[in-house]
Design a protein around this ligand. Structure first.
Ligand code: NAD
Length: 476
């Protein structure tokens, strides 16, 4: 049985009477261990620790911070196989995808370590002789970072990387549903020799933890990845203390497929992207608008590729799509399938949970889904996809932009002018044309509208943890 506990002020946190919560394997529905939920005294200790850690870490040079981060990267890479197994066990994704996530997490930390040496300020041209004017970039202070369960390594890794590179300390609250992977990411930094107090790890009752931490004076910035509904609550708390926030919230990414592409090839490419992590990805391509001339062939090819995906336990080597991460998502898929039928969608494949233990739902494709359907308005966050035809280019763009979300958006076309139009007109933080890899360590990851603000990754991801100080000095 696995056991997860918080790591506070340089120690694995222990206290009498802590509540324990089971950790479930989504492939079996059985408990695989327990996570201990921190108490208020533990949170206070984490806050005091983060304040102390900030004083230590901000004084390190960018080169010292980078060296430590690179050491953690080497450790993560050397433990990739073991951590990937834990991730598959607690989250469900296929083992190869879990290993890929650890590799990507390491790449992100490595890239940000390099940026730690490039947090440049500016030297201004003064208007008066004898005045020196500089603009400095300084770490914002202790950070509270909240992560969800769909990418149990990558989301913590991105937040830790940006904060540490900038010189901030942090308190990380991963999801209590996938605590084992996040603990291993933190352990890599501890084993690399990160000074105590710089990185604290807490598991607890989410609302209690976020209210306690965001309300505390020590915390200067919050970073949250999760649903728009929870993001709004946390922003409200942050506003009370005028705290900076990076919000990576939900999405409902449109995909415009123009009639100049090969529908079969486009559908196969889209299927691989859509069902990654069983569709539980905030940038997942989730609403397909396909131009009428290729619509029928696209729907057929999409359903064929989707229905041949091998669904099973992520630990089995031939599995291409694992279970949903928790029972709530399975229930959500059942409800969304019924709603899409009632809303006029035509079921082409899937639609019924798989028999037996675990939270398995098959790739499910609906065609002819009207924009009024619930699924065209609510992020599915699972392996269900609605497809609808369109006629005019302007119409497709308008329908793509009609939701309050704006995280990722996709277009498929061989026409340069259509590609340019889509890049310009799609309201999203990330636009991807003719492929589905929205994010790399050097690209800013973030959304517009109710998908949030601020970026992780890229130079923007370092900037997110820095404040600007203008200094003007007269020589005596
Ligand atoms: P949820 O809204 O209850 O929780 C989303 C995440 O926020 C979870 O990790 C949860 O532990 C955390 N959370 C909840 N309340 C919190 C609080 N008060 N303070 C701090 N953290 C809190 O939903 P869920 O059932 O876990 O997931 C369902 C929905 O969440 C999905 O439909 C999807 O829209 C969204 N989601 C988005 C992402 C993303 O990457 N943007 C990731 C996971 C879930």
């Amino acid at each position: 049985m696995h056991h997860a506990r918080s790591h506070v002020a340089g120690r694995w946190y222990e206290s009498a009477g802590l509540t324990r919560q089971p950790i479930f394997s989504p492939a079996t529905g059985q408990s695989i261990g327990e996570v201990e939920l921190i108490d208020a005294a533990g949170l206070d200790a984490a806050l005091a620790s983060a304040a102390e850690g900030f004083e230590v870490w901000r004084r390190k040079t960018g080169y010292e911070r980078a060296a430590l981060m690179r050491e953690a990267v080497a450790i993560l890479r050397s433990r990739k196989g073991d951590i990937a197994r834990l991730m598959t066990l607690e989250q469900g994704k296929p083992l190869a995808d879990a290993a890929g996530e650890i590799a990507t997490s390491a790449d992100n930390i490595e890239w940000m370590a390099e940026e730690a040496t490039r947090a440049y300020g500016r030297l201004l041209v003064p208007r008066t002789t004898g005045i020196a004017q500089t603009v400095r970039r300084e770490p914002i202070g202790p950070v509270a970072a909240f992560c969800p369960w769909n990418f149990p390594a990558l989301t913590p890794a991105r937040k830790i990387a940006g904060a540490l590179a900038a010189g901030c300390s942090l308190i990380l609250k991963p999801s209590e549903e996938t605590p084992l992977t996040a603990a291993e990411v933190v352990r890599a930094f501890l084993d690399a020799g990160l000074p105590p107090h710089v990185l604290n790890l807490v598991y607890g009752a989410p609302r209690q933890v976020s209210e306690h931490l965001i309300g505390a004076e020590a915390i200067r910035k919050i970073s949250f990845t999760g649903s728009t509904a929870v993001g709004k609550q946390l922003l409200g708390l942050a506003a009370q203390g005028v705290k900076r926030a990076t919000m990576e919230l939900g999405g409902h990414a449109p995909v415009i497929v123009f009639d100049d592409v090969d529908p079969v090839q486009a559908a196969r490419q889209a299927v691989a992207a859509k069902f990654r992590n069983a569709g539980q990805v905030c940038t997942s391509p989730t609403r397909f608008y396909v131009q009428r001339g290729i619509y029928a062939r696209f729907v057929d090819a999409f359903a064929e590729a989707a229905s041949t995906l091998r669904v099973g336990d992520g630990l089995s080597p031939d599995t291409q799509m694992g279970p949903l991460a928790n029972e709530r998502r399975l229930e959500a898929m059942v409800s969304l399938t019924a709603a899409t039928r009632a809303d006029g969608g035509r079921l082409v494949c899937g639609g019924t949970p798989l028999e037996g233990a675990g939270y398995f739902f098959p790739p499910t494709v609906f065609a002819d889904v009207p924009d009024s359907a619930r699924i065209m308005n609510e992020e599915p966050f699972g392996p269900i996809v609605p497809i609808a035809p369109f006629d005019q280019v302007d119409e497709a763009i308008r329908r793509a932009n009609r939701l309050p979300y704006g995280l990722a958006a996709y277009a498929m076309t061989r026409s340069l002018s259509r590609a340019s139009l889509a890049s310009e007109a799609l309201e999203a933080g990330m636009v991807c044309i003719n492929h589905f890899t929205v994010s790399t360590p050097s690209s800013p990851f973030g959304g517009v509208k109710e998908s949030g603000y601020g970026s992780e990754g890229g130079v923007e991801g370092l900037d997110a943890y820095l404040v600007t100080k203008s200094v003007t000095q007269r020589s005596t």
